[in-house]
Design a protein around this ligand. Sequence first.
Ligand code: NAP
Length: 295
Amino acid sequence: MTAKIIDGKQIAADMRAELKAEVAKLKDKGIVPGLAVILVGEDPASQSYVTAKEKACAEAGIYSDDNRLPEDTTQEKLMALVERMNKDARINGILVQLPLPGHLNEWEVLFAIDPAKDVDGFHPVNVGKMVVGEKGFLPCTPHGVIQLLIRSGVKLEGAEVVIVGRSNIVGKPLANMLIQKNKKGNATVTVCHTRTKDLASHTRRADIVIAAAGRPNTVTADMIKDGAVVIDVGVNRVEDATKKKGYRLVGDVDFEAVKEKASFITPVPGGVGPMTITMLLYNTVESAKRAAGIA
Ligand code: NAP
């Protein structure tokens, strides 16, 4: 069997077109969704993520408030900016680009964000709402994974899902979302990590394997059953002298071998990646609708 490639770029483009149409309708009602982006320091990867987020906002018609602060910004200054954005009625979402420079207290900053504007879904109020199945904001990468599965026609109800990775931003929230008693869930979920005794014994019985380990070749062809659905969240740099930058990006899955056995598979790049920013836009639009009392 050769797997159908789940085209994350296309699914993200479809969702962004839907959001753009929704934003245009909101504008007719005088509602303009707004996202505040806060970046501290000069980290090149963070700068390019932030630029991509702002560009995506502009394309969707979402107002973005760009806040780029110097590396030596104090905790007090950063907290004051978050507080200002909490009170600013033009702002529906606040995104603090992580990681923050070492001298800043990340948790204190994230906890200070008004949960009603926490479009990253990292505030404990939103984490709690997700766990008990109440409406809050779902974190973008795991929600993007679920959208990819649903929009590719993969059945979640009753599926055996094995997630490799238990981080707070991917593995844990994904597991929580997939066990909810709703149409984005109803799966039977196993979460594996570095202390799991025999990883392959779990992945081999899975209908859906989701790799979020941050290590190339964590999932190989011998570790999946025929016809499994394989989602690769990992993004890893591996040296490649043939590339101008000296490296290329790969996921956590041995893509070439696994695609000959799976029924669906996501590539890296072009799979989960494009969905993360899309779900950030989705949350910002959702927040603007809630603020206007129409969601
Ligand atoms: P993380 O915080 O480093 O967590 C990695 C998890 O994988 C940990 O729970 C770790 O177990 C587990 N793990 C690592 N190696 C393993 C192995 N050989 N066998 C079993 N479990 C293993 O990483 P993360 O933030 O969740 O990110 C995971 C990957 O997704 C990274 O490559 C990251 O770049 C990528 N990512 C992509 C997007 C996107 O938009 N596409 C967004 C977020 C993250 P322990 O807990 O035991 O250490």
